[in-house]
Design a protein around this ligand. Structure first.
Ligand code: ADP
Ligand code: MG
Length: 852
C-alpha cells in the first residue's frame, strides 16, 4: 500500500487534478523502469521510452513556455533513450522525475501545511554529504509530498539519494514503506563479559580510549576504534568507513570527538567470535546522557530499527532521512475512515508509520505492524473481490436442465443421472456436496468462478464430468482442460468409457492433433455437433470456436488466468468456470491467490483405500527399496521410481531419469521390464510408456515428475522417490497419490541424501501425515509461500510486512472488511482515498504484469 493521499489529490477536482492525471502514469512508468533496472521495458503497446517521448509532447494545460520547452527537451532525450548507457539512462530518469515533480508543484495551489523542521541525527556523517561541510541550503524546505524525490529532502543530498535509489527508493513514499528489517532491543542489555557470539546484544559502557585512522594498507578504509569498559570487562569496538572521503583527518577527528573519554555509550549489534574474543559486527552506537538512562535516548527510543542497507549507507543516515518524511506524513491523512479503524481496533496510518520506524515500545510496534499488515491484506482482498466482480460482470448461459426430449438417449433422465448410474460406485458424501454446490452455481446467469480442492484420489474427475454433463443437459457445450497432453489423453480415455453409452460426442484436441483431424473437429465444434472437447491449452487458441460454450473445467495446476478469460471473452464467450486442484493449499494462501473464487472442498476419500505406508531411506539404503520393488512385482504389482530431472546434471549430482533407467534395466532389474517416462519425450512415446506400464508390460516405470499429474494405474503399489529432499512436500504428497489407488497396501519410499536437518524434518511430516491440507500447512511454515507454490505459480502477492504463515488472523479480518466494503459500497464511492490507493496499486500491478 502506498502512503495516504494528500487531501488535495482528489480526482476530478479541477485543473490541478487534470494535471495529476497526466503525471501519474508517467511517474509510475518512471518508477517501474527504475525498479526493473533501466531496461527500457516493453509495455503492451510500446516501450517505456516511446511512452515517455509521446507523453512529454502532450503537456498538461497551464504550463508556461519554458516549462513546455523543458518537456520538449525530455521528449527528444527519450527518443534516443535506447542508445544511452545505463548510467545515462539512470541520470535521465532521475532528472525526469525531478522535473515532473517540479512541474506538478507549479501546477498545484500552494499548500498551507507548514514545512516540518528537519531534525538531524547526532552523527555528522548523517547530516552532511561532505565531511566537514554543511550542505543545508538556506530558505524554506518545500512541503514533502509522497512523490517528493528523496534528493529534495533536507538532509538527504544527491549522494545519499543515489544510494537509496540503489535500494529501490526514489520518492518520499518509498522511504516511508522501507520498513526496518529488525529492531535491536535496548532493553536487552548485557554485560561485556557475557556477550555471546551469534546473538544480537546491547551493552552500555564507558569510553576509555578512542582512536581513528585510515588503514595503511587500504586508503579507502578508515577506522574508528573505541576501547570500552563496564564493571565486568573491556571490549574494543570498531566502526569501519569505506570510501576515500572518510579518510579526511578532520572528519575522522570529528567522529572521534563524538565519543569523548568518560562518556557512556550504548553499542548494539550482532556479536561475532574472533580469535581475540567476541566483537560487534557493524555496531550501532549511541552516546547516552547518563549511564542510567539508556532508555531516555532521544534520538532513537528503546527499539532501534535496523534497515537492509547498501554499501556506504549507514543506518543513521537512513534514520535521518526517514525522520522528516514521517513528520510530513502525519499530514497525508489516512485512507481508512476513523470509524472503521476504531471498529477494527487499528491505529491510524501516520501513527503506524511512525511506530514501525521509531517504536516507543513493543506494544506500539506490534500495533503498528498490525495496521500495516491489515492494509496490505485489505488491498489484496479488495483487488481480488474487484477482479471477481469484473470476471462475473457479463452473464453466462444459465444451465437449467432443458426438458428431456422424448426418446432421447438417456431415456428421459438427465445425462447426469444416467452417468451416475453408470458408475460402479456411489459418490462419496463430499463428492455429492461439491457437485450440488457446482450445480447450484450453474443454473445462475452469474458466471461461476469456483475452485475445487481435493486431495489426490478424492475423485474430482467424476465430479467434473457430472458438471460438464449438466452443461450438456442444458444444451450447451463443455470443455475440459488439462495442463499436459498426458493428462488430457487420460481424461479423454476415461470419458470414452462412459460418454458413448450416453450418446454424448467428445473429442480430444492437443498440440499434436493432426491437421486434418483438427479441421474436422473444429468444424463440428463450431456447428454444435461436438458437445465435449478435452484438451490442453490448445483449446483456447484462436481458430477454436464454440457454438455454445457453457462450462470450462480446468484440471490440476492451471489456474484460469485473466488472460485466458479475456481470450474467451474476446470470442464472445462467458462460460462458467471450474478449476480443480489436487494441491491443497493452506487457507491463507488460498485466500491470497484465489480470493476471487468460491472454494469447494472434497475432503473425503472414497472408501476401501488402504493408507500408503511412507518411509524415509538414506541413499545407502537404496537396495532395501529395490528389494521391496522385487517383492511387489513378484506379487503382480508395479512400481514407480521418480526423479527430479531428466538428464544428468553435473552441477547438482542428481541421478537423472535416463541414467537411472539404464542402470535399473541393465544392472538392478535385468529380469524385469523397466519403462521410462519424462517430459522431453515425444507425446506418442509418453503415451506408449504409460500404456505399457498400465497394461503390465513394464513392471517398473522410471519417471520424472510427469507422473505427478493424474496418471492412474491401480496396480502400482510402490513409489520410490529419489532426491526426495529436493521436492516440495505438497509435490511429494501429490506424487505419492499415484500409488494406493487399488486395494493393495502401498508403499512410498523417500530417499533422502541430504544431511540437512530441515530437509529431514520436512520429510518426516510426510512419513507421519497423509492429510494434504496438514502437509501443505507444514510446507508453508517450513519453506514459505514462494517455495510452496513453486516458480510456475505466479501471482503471489507482493507483501512487504505481512506473513502468510503468521498473520492468518489479520488476513481473515481484512477479508471480512473487504467483503463488507464491497457489499455496501462496491465502487468505493464513500472511500475515495482508499479507491485511489487501490487504483494505484492495480495500475502498478497490471503495468508490472504487462511489462514483465
Ligand atoms: P483425483 O481427485 O485425484 O482427480 P480421480 O478422479 O482420478 O481422483 O479418482 C481416483 C480414483 O477413484 C479413480 O479411479 C476413480 O474412478 C475412483 N473414484 C472416484 N470416486 C469414487 C467413489 N465415490 N467411490 C469409489 N471410487 C471412486
Ligand atoms: Mg485428477
Amino acid at each position: 500500500m502506498v502512503a495516504g493521499q494528500r487531501p488535495d489529490a482528489e480526482p476530478l477536482g479541477g485543473p490541478a487534478a487534470a494535471g495529476q492525471a497526466w503525471f501519474r502514469p508517467l511517474q509510475q512508468a518512471l518508477q517501474l523502469e527504475a525498479e526493473r533496472g533501466f531496461d527500457d521495458l516493453m509495455g503492451r503497446r510500446e516501450r517505456f521510452s516511446a511512452f515517455l517521448a509521446r507523453q512529454c509532447q502532450v503537456p498538461p494545460a497551464g504550463l508556461n513556455p519554458p516549462q513546455r520547452q523543458l518537456l520538449q527537451e525530455l521528449a527528444a532525450a527519450y527518443a534516443s533513450y535506447g542508445d544511452l548507457s545505463l548510467a545515462r539512462r539512470q541520470g535521465l530518469v532521475r532528472r525526469t522525475r525531478q522535473a515532473l515533480h517540479e512541474l506538478q508543484r507549479a501546477l498545484e495551489p500552494p499548500t498551507p501545511v507548514a514545512p516540518p523542521r528537519l531534525r538531524l541525527a547526532a552523527d555528522p556523517g548523517a547530516a552532511s554529504e561532505q565531511p566537514g561541510g554543511d550542505p543545508r541550503r538556506p530558505g524554506a524546505t518545500p512541503a514533502l509530498h509522497p512523490d517528493t524525490p528523496l534528493a529534495e529532502i533536507r538532509g538527504v543530498g544527491p549522494r545519499t539519494a543515489q544510494k537509496l535509489a540503489a535500494l529501490g527508493l526514489f520518492v518520499a513514499r518509498d522511504l516511508l514503506r522501507y520498513y526496518p528489517r529488525d529492531y535491536l532491543d535496548y532493553a536487552n542489555l548485557v554485560r561485556i563479559a557475557s556477550l555471546e557470539p551469534g546473538r544480537t546484544a546491547t551493552i552500555v559502557a564507558t569510553v576509555r580510549r578512542t582512536n581513528s585512522f585510515t588503514s595503511p594498507r587500504n586508503p579507502n578504509l578508515s577506522i574508528l576504534e573505541l576501547q570500552l569498559q563496564d564493571i565486568t570487562g573491556r571490549l574494543r569496538v570498531s566502526k569501519f568507513f569505506a570510501g576515500k572521503r572518510f579518510s579526511s583527518p578532520g572528519w575522522l577527528k570529528a567522529q572521534q570527538r563524538q565519543y569523548p573519554l568518560g562518556a557512556t555509550v550504548a553499542v548494539s549489534g550482532l556479536v561475532k567470535e574472533t580469535p581475540y574474543g567476541p566483537v560487534f559486527q557493524d555496531p550501532l552506537m549511541e552516546v547516552l546522557e547518563s549511564p542510567n538512562a539508556p532508555l531516555q535516548s532521544q534520538q532513537i527510543g528503546r527499539l532501534l530499527p535496523v534497515y537492509g542497507l547498501t554499501e556506504g549507507l549507514t543506518a543513521e543516515r537512513v534514520r535521518a532521512a526517514i525522520q522528516p518524511v514521517l513528520a510530513a506524513a502525519a499530514a497525508w491523512g489516512d485512507p481508512l475512515p476513523a470509524a472503521l479503524l476504531e471498529q477494527q481496533g487499528l491505529v491510524e496510518l501516520p501513527t503506524a508509520l511512525t511506530q514501525i520506524h521509531q517504536p516507543a515500545n513493543q506494544e506500539s510496534l506490534s500495533a503498528a505492524r498490525r495496521r500495516l499488515v491489515f492494509d496490505e491484506f485489505l488491498l489484496l482482498q479488495l483487488g481480488l473481490l474487484l477482479r471477481r466482480r469484473e470476471l462475473t460482470s457479463r452473464p453466462a448461459p444459465a444451465l437449467a436442465p432443458a426438458a428431456p426430449a422424448l426418446g432421447s438417449a438417456a431415456g428421459g433422465r438427465s445425462l447426469v443421472q444416467a452417468f451416475l448410474e453408470l458408475l460402479p460406485f456411489p459418490l462419496t458424501g463430499a463428492q455429492r456436496r461439491v457437485l450440488a454446490e457446482i450445480r447450484a452455481d450453474l443454473v445462475q446467469e452469474q458466471p461461476m468462478a469456483r475452485l475445487v480442492q481435493g486431495d489426490v484420489g478424492s475423485g474430482k474427475t467424476v465430479v467434473a464430468i457430472a458438471a460438464l454433463l449438466t452443461a450438456i443437459d442444458a444444451g450447451c457445450q463443455g470443455a475440459l482442460m488439462a495442463p499436459t497432453e498426458v493428462l488430457a489423453e487420460q481424461h479423454y480415455q476415461k470419458l470414452c468409457a462412459w460418454l458413448p453409452q450416453l450418446h454424448v460426442s467428445c473429442a480430444l484436441l492437443t498440440g499434436s492433433t493432426p491437421a486434418r483431424r483438427r479441421r474436422e473437429l473444429l468444424a463440428d465444434l463450431a456447428n454444435g455437433n461436438l458437445q465435449l472437447l478435452v484438451g490442453t491449452h490448445a483449446l483456447l487458441e484462436d481458430p477454436v470456436q464454440f457454438a455454445r460454450l457453457g462450462l470450462v473445467v480446468v484440471d490440476e495446476q492451471h489456474r484460469f488466468g485473466v488472460a485466458q478469460r479475456n481470450r474467451l471473452l474476446d470470442k464472445g464467450l462467458q462460460p462458467h468456470l471450474l478449476t480443480m486442484t489436487a494441491t491443497p493449499i493452506p487457507r491463507t494462501l488460498a485466500l491470497s491467490l484465489h480470493g476471487d473464487l468460491e472454494v469447494s472442498q472434497i475432503d473425503e476419500l472414497p472408501p476401501g483405500r488402504t493408507p500408503i505406508r511412507t518411509a524415509m531411506l538414506k541413499a545407502g539404503e537404496r537396495h532395501e527399496a529395490y528389494g521391496l520393488i522385487r517383492e511387489e512385482v513378484a506379487a503382480g504389482q508395479r512400481a514407480y521410481v521418480v526423479l527430479p530431472l531428466v538428464e544428468e546434471s553435473e552441477k547438482l549430482d542428481l541421478r537423472s531419469a535416463v541414467e537411472v533407467h539404464r542402470q535399473l534395466s541393465e544392472e538392478v532389474f535385468p529380469e524385469l521390464s523397466v519403462g521410462l517416462l519424462h517430459g522431453r519425450m515425444a507425446s506418442a512415446d509418453k503415451q506408449a510408456a504409460i500404456g505399457a506400464f498400465a497394461r503390465g508390460e513394464s513392471h517398473v516405470l522410471v519417471s520424472t515428475t510427469v507422473v505427478e499429474v493424474g496418471v492412474d494405474v491401480p496396480e502400482a503399489s510402490v513409489m520410490v522417490i529419489e532426491h526426495a529432499d529436493r521436492f516440495g512436500l505438497a509435490q511429494l504428497h501429490q506424487l505419492r497419490g499415484r500409488v494406493g489407488r487399488g486395494a493393495a497396501a502401498s508403499h512410498c519410499l523417500l530417499i533422502n541424501d541430504s544431511r540437512n536437518a530441515l530437509a529431514r524434518q520436512r520429510l518426516e511430516v510426510l512419513v507421519h501425515s497423509t492429510d494434504g491440507f496438514e502437509i501443505a500447512e507444514m510446507d508453508l511454515r517450513l519453506r514459505g509461500p514462494g517455495a510452496v507454490l513453486g516458480t510456475r505459480q505466479s501471482g503471489l502477492p507482493d507483501l512487504a510486512l505481512a506473513s502468510l504463515t503468521d498473520d492468518g488472523e489479520v488476513l481473515e479480518q481484512a477479508r471480512r472488511v473487504a467483503q463488507e466494503l464491497m457489499a455496501t459500497d462496491p465502487e468505493l464511492r464513500r472511500h475515495p482515498a482508499l479507491a485511489q490507493v487501490l487504483a494505484d496499486q492495480r495500475q502498478r500491478l497490471s503495468q508490472g504484469a504487462r511489462l514483465n
